[in-house]
Design a protein around this ligand. Structure first.
Ligand SMILES: Cc1cc2nc3c(=O)[nH]c(=O)nc-3n(C[C@H](O)[C@H](O)[C@H](O)COP(=O)(O)OP(=O)(O)OC[C@H]3O[C@@H](n4cnc5c(N)ncnc54)[C@H](O)[C@@H]3O)c2cc1C
Length: 418
């Protein structure tokens, strides 16, 4: 039967985007016996899910929109080596996002955002275990936790709110003094004074390979994949008409999981979601002879050292410059001497560079919701935590498609909250 004829007899669920969220959703849907068609012009895991820090970082629940954020953002912007960058030409377009972000930067909404993130993150590890086992990549998940390090008392003190939120929401952590830190990570240099280990987090040593394997596992369970770009979605009586760069597809339902590119697709089904992108970078360096064993976030400069399968990855920066502008690697490259202070003897020869697009909502909480009378599921906006939350989101997507209870309450993730 031709593809068109097949679809006519059996409308698939079309999953738009094959990153951590879309590939995991396709796997969950295909495993439950649904006909699935994944579409992505870049191929599986060609977007942001490829180059992140690999943290299944469940304790990272403090929203960026927190009291005092305006002052600390201004200080970061003023620092020529700071982690925050704004393309002033893009600012007019991002102003509505910033305005909403600042509206959320109060104690009450920060606590609500943290609780919403905690709810999904509490299901993230078990969801990851299931997805990784199905994809045959469990050996790429490491139980090493997430380590944040400090070299100034003031930075450690400034993170008191983060620790309080973790305590209140059931994410254990250990505070380490200098000696304990160096016992845990002997390769780290002598300048560090404090550490905070969140032992419940996992580390994925090759996010690209792992998310690709999840997409392959979905295909092994009957899902189809087509390298294709969705141009528009139109609701019809039996579902949706999906217009792509190579033709039309009649879908029973559509899952919008296109990460930072989801805003126009959601708008076509009536939802104006204030999605923007926080761009982030990585560079790959050769694996050091003496390396760290887990992702290490250096608090003062806000970069992460990630001991990946294929070398040491340094991830950094939050850049507001939209989806179109090309990369500017200067800022992350400037951080490498600081990385060498953290890891003495570090070979700073860059093997590759990467720019990624975090799909960010002003309140720091994704949209996971069923709209248009159940014909469309929106699943995007995971910001700094899309790798962490991909398989957990997929479990909620499956529940929304089937009309069954989600593993976590979906109220905070509604699309109409904006
Ligand atoms: C530097 C950096 C470090 C990070 N570190 C971490 C971390 O340690 N832990 C963590 O949990 N998260 C981390 N993140 C965030 C995480 O990578 C993202 O939240 C996550 O990858 C988003 O997944 P996604 O599936 O929503 O989007 P993506 O992976 O971007 O996938 C979306 C896909 O949709 C496709 N698409 C777009 N438009 C269309 C269209 N019209 N038709 C069809 N397909 C389309 C794209 O090609 C893309 O492949 C980091 C991000 C960055 C940038």
């Amino acid at each position: 039967m031709s593809e068109a004829a097949h679809q006519e007899h059996h409308r698939p669920i079309v999953v738009i985007g094959a990153g951590a969220v879309g590939a995991s959703s396709a796997l969950a849907l295909a495993s439950a016996g649904h006909p699935v068609l994944m579409l992505d012009p870049r191929g599986p895991c060609g977007g942001t899910s490829f180059g992140n820090a690999g943290g299944i970082h469940i304790g990272a629940i403090q929203p960026f929109a927190s009291p005092g954020v305006l002052w600390s953002a201004l200080k970061m912007l003023a620092d020529p080596q700071g982690p925050l960058l704004v393309d002033w030409r893009y600012l007019p377009r991002s102003l509505p996002w910033f305005a909403r972000f600042l509206m959320h930067a109060n104690a009450r909404q920060m606590a609500a955002g943290a609780a919403a993130t905690a709810a999904i993150n509490h299901t993230a590890i078990s969801a990851w275990r299931v997805a990784a086992a199905a994809a045959g990549v469990s050996d790429h998940l490491h139980e090493v936790g997430w380590l944040k390090v400090y070299d100034r008392e003031q930075d450690f003190e400034a993170a008191a709110t983060e620790r309080a939120l973790m305590r209140d929401n059931g994410f254990p952590f250990e505070v380490l003094d200098r000696a304990e830190l160096h016992e845990l990570e002997p390769a780290l240099g002598p300048t560090l004074t404090h550490g905070m280990l969140q032992p419940g987090s996992l580390f994925v040593d090759n996010p690209g390979r792992v998310v690709h394997a999840i997409a392959a596992a979905a295909i092994a369970r009957g899902a189809r994949f087509r390298q294709d770009e969705v141009r528009s979605i139109r609701l019809d009586a039996e579902g949706c008409l999906v217009h792509t760069s190579s033709g039309d597809i009649q879908a029973a339902k559509v899952v919008v999981a296109a990460g930072a590119w989801s805003r126009p697709l959601a708008a076509q089904v009536g939802y104006r979601i204030p999605l923007d992108t926080e761009r982030g970078y990585h560079v790959m360096l050769p694996t050091p002879a003496r390396s760290v064993r887990r992702p290490v976030l250096y608090s003062r400069r806000r970069f992460v050292l990630c001991p990946m399968e294929e070398g040491l990855r340094v991830t950094a920066c939050v850049e507001f410059a939209g989806l179109e502008r090309g990369p500017d690697y200067r800022r992350i490259e400037q951080l490498l001497p600081f990385a060498a202070t953290l890891l003495p003897g570090l070979d700073q020869t860059i093997q590759s560079r990467w720019l990624g697009f975090r799909p960010s909502l002003p309140d720091g909480v994704p949209v996971i919701d069923s709209v248009a009378d159940g014909r469309v599921v929106l699943a995007f906006g995971h910001g700094h935590l899309g790798l962490t939350q991909g398989p957990a989101t997929a479990a909620a997507v499956l529940a929304l498609v089937q009309g069954t209870p989600s593993p976590f309450a979906l109220e905070p993730y509604r699309a109409n909250r904006f």
